[in-house]
Design a protein around this ligand. Structure first.
Ligand SMILES: [Fe+2]
Length: 323
Protein backbone atom coordinates (compact mmCIF):
# COMPACT_ATOMS: atom_id res chain seq x y z
CA UNK A 1 0.00 0.00 0.00
CA UNK A 2 1.31 3.43 -0.93
CA UNK A 3 0.46 6.11 1.53
CA UNK A 4 0.87 9.86 1.35
CA UNK A 5 3.88 11.17 3.21
CA UNK A 6 5.68 7.80 3.30
CA UNK A 7 9.42 8.03 2.68
CA UNK A 8 10.38 7.55 -0.97
CA UNK A 9 13.12 5.00 -1.73
CA UNK A 10 14.74 4.75 -5.16
CA UNK A 11 15.97 1.24 -5.98
CA UNK A 12 18.68 1.07 -8.67
CA UNK A 13 19.28 -2.52 -9.76
CA UNK A 14 19.78 -4.07 -13.19
CA UNK A 15 18.66 -7.61 -12.20
CA UNK A 16 14.87 -7.59 -12.68
CA UNK A 17 14.27 -10.30 -10.08
CA UNK A 18 16.35 -8.62 -7.36
CA UNK A 19 14.75 -5.28 -8.21
CA UNK A 20 11.25 -6.67 -7.89
CA UNK A 21 11.95 -8.48 -4.62
CA UNK A 22 13.45 -5.33 -3.10
CA UNK A 23 10.56 -3.20 -4.33
CA UNK A 24 8.09 -5.64 -2.83
CA UNK A 25 9.87 -5.78 0.54
CA UNK A 26 10.17 -2.01 0.74
CA UNK A 27 6.52 -1.68 -0.19
CA UNK A 28 5.63 -4.00 2.67
CA UNK A 29 7.61 -1.78 5.01
CA UNK A 30 5.38 1.12 3.99
CA UNK A 31 7.82 2.96 1.75
CA UNK A 32 6.97 4.45 -1.61
CA UNK A 33 9.25 2.77 -4.13
CA UNK A 34 10.71 4.10 -7.37
CA UNK A 35 12.85 1.81 -9.49
CA UNK A 36 15.55 2.25 -12.12
CA UNK A 37 17.28 -0.49 -14.12
CA UNK A 38 20.57 1.41 -14.45
CA UNK A 39 22.48 4.31 -12.91
CA UNK A 40 21.71 6.34 -16.04
CA UNK A 41 17.99 5.70 -15.62
CA UNK A 42 18.32 6.62 -11.94
CA UNK A 43 19.83 9.99 -12.87
CA UNK A 44 16.80 10.65 -15.07
CA UNK A 45 14.43 9.81 -12.22
CA UNK A 46 16.47 12.03 -9.88
CA UNK A 47 16.10 14.91 -12.31
CA UNK A 48 12.44 15.19 -11.43
CA UNK A 49 12.30 13.84 -7.85
CA UNK A 50 14.26 13.97 -4.64
CA UNK A 51 13.82 10.60 -2.89
CA UNK A 52 14.52 10.16 0.81
CA UNK A 53 16.97 7.33 0.20
CA UNK A 54 18.76 5.66 -2.71
CA UNK A 55 19.50 1.94 -2.65
CA UNK A 56 21.86 0.97 -5.47
CA UNK A 57 23.61 -2.06 -6.88
CA UNK A 58 27.29 -1.63 -7.87
CA UNK A 59 27.87 -3.32 -11.24
CA UNK A 60 25.21 -2.49 -13.80
CA UNK A 61 26.93 -2.41 -17.18
CA UNK A 62 27.22 1.37 -17.65
CA UNK A 63 27.77 3.84 -14.85
CA UNK A 64 28.38 1.97 -11.58
CA UNK A 65 26.48 2.41 -8.32
CA UNK A 66 29.64 3.87 -6.79
CA UNK A 67 29.86 6.49 -9.55
CA UNK A 68 26.17 7.25 -9.09
CA UNK A 69 26.78 7.73 -5.36
CA UNK A 70 29.68 10.12 -6.04
CA UNK A 71 27.46 12.21 -8.34
CA UNK A 72 24.66 12.44 -5.78
CA UNK A 73 27.05 13.47 -3.01
CA UNK A 74 28.43 16.25 -5.24
CA UNK A 75 24.96 17.64 -5.98
CA UNK A 76 23.82 20.21 -3.35
CA UNK A 77 20.18 19.15 -3.81
CA UNK A 78 20.87 15.46 -3.17
CA UNK A 79 23.91 15.65 -0.89
CA UNK A 80 21.92 14.80 2.24
CA UNK A 81 20.02 11.91 0.66
CA UNK A 82 21.38 8.69 2.18
CA UNK A 83 22.89 6.30 -0.38
CA UNK A 84 23.05 2.60 0.47
CA UNK A 85 25.19 0.38 -1.74
CA UNK A 86 24.37 -3.27 -2.35
CA UNK A 87 27.54 -5.36 -2.63
CA UNK A 88 28.55 -8.97 -2.54
CA UNK A 89 29.78 -9.99 0.92
CA UNK A 90 33.34 -10.48 -0.36
CA UNK A 91 33.42 -7.41 -2.59
CA UNK A 92 35.82 -5.37 -0.45
CA UNK A 93 36.93 -3.19 -3.38
CA UNK A 94 33.40 -1.92 -3.98
CA UNK A 95 33.00 -1.17 -0.27
CA UNK A 96 36.19 0.86 -0.19
CA UNK A 97 35.26 2.70 -3.39
CA UNK A 98 31.76 3.27 -1.98
CA UNK A 99 33.16 4.71 1.24
CA UNK A 100 35.37 7.06 -0.74
CA UNK A 101 32.33 8.12 -2.78
CA UNK A 102 30.46 9.05 0.41
CA UNK A 103 28.08 6.08 0.71
CA UNK A 104 26.11 6.03 3.96
CA UNK A 105 25.79 2.28 4.36
CA UNK A 106 26.34 -1.10 2.64
CA UNK A 107 24.05 -4.07 2.39
CA UNK A 108 25.29 -7.52 1.50
CA UNK A 109 23.32 -9.40 -1.14
CA UNK A 110 21.01 -11.19 -0.69
CA UNK A 111 19.39 -8.56 1.51
CA UNK A 112 17.73 -9.79 4.70
CA UNK A 113 14.28 -8.36 5.31
CA UNK A 114 15.01 -7.54 8.97
CA UNK A 115 18.26 -5.81 8.09
CA UNK A 116 16.48 -3.75 5.48
CA UNK A 117 13.85 -2.79 8.01
CA UNK A 118 16.14 -1.73 10.86
CA UNK A 119 18.95 -0.06 8.98
CA UNK A 120 16.81 1.82 6.46
CA UNK A 121 14.66 2.93 9.36
CA UNK A 122 17.69 4.37 11.14
CA UNK A 123 19.00 6.15 8.04
CA UNK A 124 15.60 7.64 7.28
CA UNK A 125 15.21 8.90 10.83
CA UNK A 126 18.48 10.82 10.45
CA UNK A 127 17.34 12.11 7.07
CA UNK A 128 14.04 13.25 8.59
CA UNK A 129 15.90 15.17 11.32
CA UNK A 130 18.19 16.79 8.77
CA UNK A 131 15.14 17.86 6.75
CA UNK A 132 13.65 19.42 9.86
CA UNK A 133 16.87 21.31 10.53
CA UNK A 134 16.82 22.62 6.97
CA UNK A 135 13.26 23.78 7.45
CA UNK A 136 14.24 25.50 10.71
CA UNK A 137 16.95 27.32 8.79
CA UNK A 138 14.35 28.36 6.24
CA UNK A 139 12.14 29.77 9.00
CA UNK A 140 15.03 31.76 10.46
CA UNK A 141 16.02 33.11 7.05
CA UNK A 142 12.43 34.20 6.52
CA UNK A 143 12.56 35.94 9.87
CA UNK A 144 15.55 37.94 8.63
CA UNK A 145 13.58 38.96 5.54
CA UNK A 146 10.65 39.96 7.76
CA UNK A 147 12.89 42.38 9.61
CA UNK A 148 14.12 43.79 6.31
CA UNK A 149 10.50 44.22 5.20
CA UNK A 150 9.80 46.53 8.17
CA UNK A 151 12.33 48.94 6.79
CA UNK A 152 11.40 50.02 3.25
CA UNK A 153 14.87 51.51 2.76
CA UNK A 154 16.67 48.21 2.93
CA UNK A 155 14.86 46.20 0.24
CA UNK A 156 17.15 43.50 -1.09
CA UNK A 157 19.82 44.26 1.53
CA UNK A 158 19.81 40.73 3.03
CA UNK A 159 20.08 38.98 -0.31
CA UNK A 160 22.83 41.30 -1.57
CA UNK A 161 24.74 40.91 1.67
CA UNK A 162 24.55 37.12 1.56
CA UNK A 163 25.77 37.19 -2.05
CA UNK A 164 28.58 39.69 -1.39
CA UNK A 165 29.72 37.95 1.80
CA UNK A 166 29.86 34.49 0.22
CA UNK A 167 31.81 35.76 -2.83
CA UNK A 168 34.21 37.63 -0.56
CA UNK A 169 34.61 34.62 1.75
CA UNK A 170 35.37 32.41 -1.25
CA UNK A 171 37.96 34.84 -2.57
CA UNK A 172 39.58 34.98 0.87
CA UNK A 173 39.65 31.17 1.03
CA UNK A 174 37.57 30.73 4.20
CA UNK A 175 36.49 27.18 5.17
CA UNK A 176 33.07 25.77 4.10
CA UNK A 177 31.40 26.19 7.55
CA UNK A 178 32.33 29.89 7.56
CA UNK A 179 31.00 30.25 4.01
CA UNK A 180 27.69 28.81 5.12
CA UNK A 181 27.65 31.13 8.13
CA UNK A 182 28.29 34.09 5.82
CA UNK A 183 25.32 33.15 3.66
CA UNK A 184 22.99 32.85 6.64
CA UNK A 185 24.60 35.90 8.23
CA UNK A 186 23.47 38.00 5.27
CA UNK A 187 19.91 37.35 6.41
CA UNK A 188 20.43 37.18 10.15
CA UNK A 189 23.04 39.78 11.08
CA UNK A 190 20.37 42.33 12.03
CA UNK A 191 18.00 39.83 13.67
CA UNK A 192 18.24 41.84 16.91
CA UNK A 193 16.52 44.80 15.23
CA UNK A 194 13.33 42.92 16.01
CA UNK A 195 13.63 44.51 19.47
CA UNK A 196 13.86 48.07 18.12
CA UNK A 197 10.54 49.93 17.73
CA UNK A 198 9.64 51.22 14.25
CA UNK A 199 9.70 54.82 15.44
CA UNK A 200 13.35 54.51 16.28
CA UNK A 201 14.36 52.16 13.47
CA UNK A 202 12.89 54.47 10.82
CA UNK A 203 13.66 57.81 12.47
CA UNK A 204 14.72 60.28 9.78
CA UNK A 205 16.79 62.73 11.84
CA UNK A 206 19.95 62.28 13.84
CA UNK A 207 19.83 60.01 16.88
CA UNK A 208 20.52 61.27 20.38
CA UNK A 209 23.04 59.30 22.48
CA UNK A 210 20.25 57.39 24.27
CA UNK A 211 18.65 56.34 20.98
CA UNK A 212 22.02 55.40 19.55
CA UNK A 213 22.61 53.14 22.54
CA UNK A 214 19.28 51.41 21.96
CA UNK A 215 20.16 50.75 18.31
CA UNK A 216 23.58 49.50 19.29
CA UNK A 217 22.27 46.62 21.36
CA UNK A 218 20.89 44.89 18.26
CA UNK A 219 23.95 42.64 17.73
CA UNK A 220 23.72 41.41 21.33
CA UNK A 221 19.96 40.84 21.15
CA UNK A 222 20.35 38.99 17.84
CA UNK A 223 23.08 36.73 19.19
CA UNK A 224 20.94 35.94 22.25
CA UNK A 225 18.02 34.97 20.03
CA UNK A 226 19.96 32.18 18.34
CA UNK A 227 21.54 30.72 21.50
CA UNK A 228 20.98 26.97 21.54
CA UNK A 229 20.11 26.69 17.84
CA UNK A 230 22.70 24.16 16.74
CA UNK A 231 22.55 24.97 13.02
CA UNK A 232 23.14 28.65 13.71
CA UNK A 233 26.07 28.23 16.10
CA UNK A 234 28.58 29.38 13.47
CA UNK A 235 26.42 32.41 12.59
CA UNK A 236 26.20 33.64 16.17
CA UNK A 237 29.65 35.32 16.41
CA UNK A 238 28.95 36.97 13.11
CA UNK A 239 25.64 38.39 14.37
CA UNK A 240 27.26 39.54 17.60
CA UNK A 241 30.31 41.21 16.09
CA UNK A 242 29.26 42.63 12.70
CA UNK A 243 29.62 46.19 14.03
CA UNK A 244 33.09 45.75 15.50
CA UNK A 245 35.87 47.72 13.82
CA UNK A 246 39.46 46.71 13.05
CA UNK A 247 40.81 49.54 15.26
CA UNK A 248 38.61 48.59 18.21
CA UNK A 249 36.23 51.56 17.91
CA UNK A 250 33.15 49.44 17.11
CA UNK A 251 30.49 47.77 19.26
CA UNK A 252 29.27 45.86 21.26
CA UNK A 253 32.63 44.77 22.68
CA UNK A 254 35.19 47.04 21.03
CA UNK A 255 37.16 44.00 19.85
CA UNK A 256 40.27 44.83 17.86
CA UNK A 257 42.01 43.29 14.81
CA UNK A 258 42.03 39.52 14.61
CA UNK A 259 40.18 39.24 17.91
CA UNK A 260 37.10 39.99 15.78
CA UNK A 261 35.87 36.70 14.24
CA UNK A 262 36.81 36.54 10.53
CA UNK A 263 33.18 36.08 9.42
CA UNK A 264 32.21 39.25 11.30
CA UNK A 265 35.09 41.22 9.72
CA UNK A 266 33.87 40.13 6.28
CA UNK A 267 30.24 40.93 7.09
CA UNK A 268 31.23 44.37 8.41
CA UNK A 269 32.84 45.42 5.14
CA UNK A 270 30.00 44.26 2.90
CA UNK A 271 27.40 45.72 5.30
CA UNK A 272 29.08 49.13 5.28
CA UNK A 273 29.38 49.18 1.50
CA UNK A 274 25.76 48.18 0.94
CA UNK A 275 24.54 50.70 3.53
CA UNK A 276 26.39 53.45 1.62
CA UNK A 277 24.81 52.31 -1.65
CA UNK A 278 21.28 52.22 -0.16
CA UNK A 279 19.02 55.19 0.67
CA UNK A 280 18.40 55.59 4.41
CA UNK A 281 15.88 57.81 6.22
CA UNK A 282 18.71 60.31 6.80
CA UNK A 283 20.69 60.04 3.53
CA UNK A 284 20.32 59.23 -0.17
CA UNK A 285 21.90 56.21 -1.88
CA UNK A 286 25.45 57.06 -2.88
CA UNK A 287 26.83 56.43 -6.36
CA UNK A 288 29.18 53.46 -6.68
CA UNK A 289 32.40 55.48 -6.99
CA UNK A 290 31.56 57.60 -3.95
CA UNK A 291 30.82 54.52 -1.84
CA UNK A 292 34.15 52.97 -2.90
CA UNK A 293 35.93 56.21 -1.97
CA UNK A 294 34.42 56.26 1.52
CA UNK A 295 35.19 52.57 2.10
CA UNK A 296 38.82 53.16 1.06
CA UNK A 297 39.21 56.23 3.29
CA UNK A 298 37.69 54.40 6.26
CA UNK A 299 40.02 51.46 5.66
CA UNK A 300 43.05 53.79 5.55
CA UNK A 301 41.82 55.33 8.79
CA UNK A 302 41.95 51.83 10.32
CA UNK A 303 38.23 51.01 10.59
CA UNK A 304 38.30 47.95 8.33
CA UNK A 305 40.86 45.27 7.60
CA UNK A 306 42.83 46.33 4.49
CA UNK A 307 43.12 42.80 3.07
CA UNK A 308 39.35 42.34 3.20
CA UNK A 309 38.54 45.74 1.65
CA UNK A 310 41.07 45.21 -1.17
CA UNK A 311 39.69 41.77 -2.02
CA UNK A 312 36.12 43.08 -1.88
CA UNK A 313 36.88 45.95 -4.24
CA UNK A 314 38.49 43.49 -6.68
CA UNK A 315 35.21 41.55 -6.74
CA UNK A 316 33.03 44.63 -7.03
CA UNK A 317 33.27 44.84 -10.82
CA UNK A 318 31.19 41.67 -10.85
CA UNK A 319 29.12 42.05 -7.64
CA UNK A 320 28.02 45.66 -8.22
CA UNK A 321 28.96 46.45 -11.82
CA UNK A 322 29.28 50.10 -12.84
CA UNK A 323 26.08 51.14 -14.61
FE1 LIG B 1 23.59 45.75 12.10
Amino acid sequence: MMREGAPVVLVVEDEPVVREVLAEQLGELGYRVLTAASAEAALEVLDGTTPDLVLTDVHMGGLSGVQLCRRLKADPRLQLTPVVILTGVADLDSRLAGLAAGADDFFAKPVEFVELQTRLGALLRVKFLLDQLERAEGVITTLGLTIEARDPYTAGHCERLARYAVALGEALGVDPPTLKALKLGGYLHDLGKIAIPDGLLLKPGRLDPEERKRIQVHPVVGAELVVGLKTLEAVRPLIRHHHERWDGSGYPEGLEGKAIPLGARIMAVVDVYDALRTARPYKPALPREEAIGILLRETEAGLWEARITTTFLELLEELDPPS
